[in-house]
Design a protein around this ligand. Structure first.
Ligand SMILES: [Zn+2]
Length: 408
């Protein structure tokens, strides 16, 4: 099946990659042409689906590299433990439809209760629901520590090299796309000390090595500098949060080609005045502390040349699925990036970081037909990405997204 989008201005996700009055042609799930109408050398079949999108704007399908699909943005995440997995899986499916509807054609799920991520991914791939491409990590591998019980079924506690190796193998057996470890404490666990290192280098390396046997990389949750260094020395590919990274750590990230996942949104919503009441005090205090730090770290990381990629931590308190573009908007509002850079961090660089840069992230011939058609130009006003009414169409793998979650 051929699909043709004609007449739009396209930002293809590369530096200065603008095409005006352009045409883009999909053959099944792949882009086969992008460029000017006159130079198009592809023969358009009579039965091609042709969309006139004159005056509209097309960007690559957006990518959120840090979500928790089975968390739902409730103020006190401990309450989630009272719900059963079956209900959470159905809710996650709806949340993934919302995410796709917001223009996100890929998400990386960095930790899920009892492998709900793998079930939801299967439902998307079989076409039961209209979600994004989902990369899964199963359970988060962590050391024995206070607070894991705050998220029943999310963590796989492991102490020592052998147990970490085994924990990694368990996740790989379930068919995960990448592995996730806790290199430091967390904000959302009552006993978590964000700055304190957790798994040591040898333990993390055992996980990394098991993954690499199958070509699978490891992501590390890490706030404090020492834990980040442990994770880098052990060979992880992405650092989630990076809140307390000092200059030395950031240089280490740059020199080892390790990506930093920003997750500004998780604190942003927690510390908003109107949300204060419902957030547990231990969580709020820690969130407030790190909110400003995280912005500063991202600014410094960008100055040094660390590759910062878009990740929201969607599912954490008030950080709702479908509102993912807020992270990207904040890059621009906080003067961390231009709109063009913010979109690249949420498409091209994000795809490279999570290992699918040869499949998606830019609009180029040969890549997956993942794109968002917008009524307004995000380069003029990036906040238009927050308005789903502004999104006229989302394509993933050449297919137009249709949601089940609404009556048409
Ligand atoms: Zn997270």
């Amino acid at each position: 099946m051929q699909t043709v989008l004609q007449g739009a201005t396209i930002f293809d996700g590369t530096d200065n990659g603008f095409h005006t009055d352009a045409v883009m042609v999909f053959q099944d799930d792949k882009i086969v042409y992008i460029g000017s109408q006159d130079e198009c050398d592809i023969e358009i079949n009579d039965d091609a689906l042709v969309y006139d999108v004159s005056g509209q704007f097309i960007i690559p399908g957006l990518i959120d590299t840090h979500v928790h699909l089975d968390l739902h943005g409730v103020p006190d995440t401990y309450q989630e433990n009272l719900l059963d997995d079956k209900y959470r899986a159905i809710r996650a499916a709806v949340d993934m439809e919302k995410t796709a509807k917001a223009g996100f054609t890929t998400v990386r799920n960095v930790g899920s209760v009892n492998f709900i991520d793998i079930a939801v991914k299967k439902a998307v791939e079989e076409g039961l629901i209209g979600g994004p491409r989902i990369l899964t990590s199963g359970k988060i591998i962590c050391m024995q520590s206070s607070g894991s019980e705050y998220f029943s079924g999310l963590y796989r506690e492991a102490d020592g090299i052998d147990e970490n190796r085994k924990a990694a193998r368990e996740q790989l057996k379930e068919g995960v796309d990448f592995l996730k470890v806790m290199a430091t404490g967390a904000i959302m666990n009552p006993g978590g000390v964000p700055g304190a290192p957790q798994l040591n280098v040898e333990e993390i390396r055992a996980v990394v090595d098991e993954g690499l046997k199958l070509g699978i990389y490891t992501a590390a949750h890490a706030h404090g500098a020492e834990g980040i260094k442990n994770a880098i020395n052990a060979g992880v590919r992405t650092i989630e949060h990076g809140t307390l990274a000092d200059d030395e750590t950031l240089w280490m990230m740059k020199n080892n080609d390790v990506y930093l996942v920003s997750t500004l949104s998780s604190n942003y919503f927690m510390v908003r005045k109107e949300n204060e009441e419902a957030i547990p005090e231990f969580m709020r205090e820690k969130a407030e502390e790190v909110s400003q730090m995280r912005k500063n770290v991202i600014r410094k990381a960008l100055d040094i040349g660390v590759k910062v990629i878009m990740g929201t931590d969607a599912g954490t308190p008030y950080n709702y699925h479908g509102n993912n573009s807020m992270e990207l908007v904040r890059y621009v509002r906080e003067n961390l990036m231009t709109t063009e850079q913010a979109i690249i961090a949420s498409t091209k660089t994000a795809a490279e970081a999570i290992g699918i840069g040869d499949i998606t992230g830019t609009l180029e011939a040969g890549k997956s037909a993942d794109c968002v058609v917008l009524k307004k130009d995000p380069m003029d006003d990036v906040t238009c990405l927050l308005d789903t009414n502004n999104i006229s169409m989302t394509f993933k793998e050449g297919k137009l997204l249709k949601c089940l979650c609404e009556w048409e």
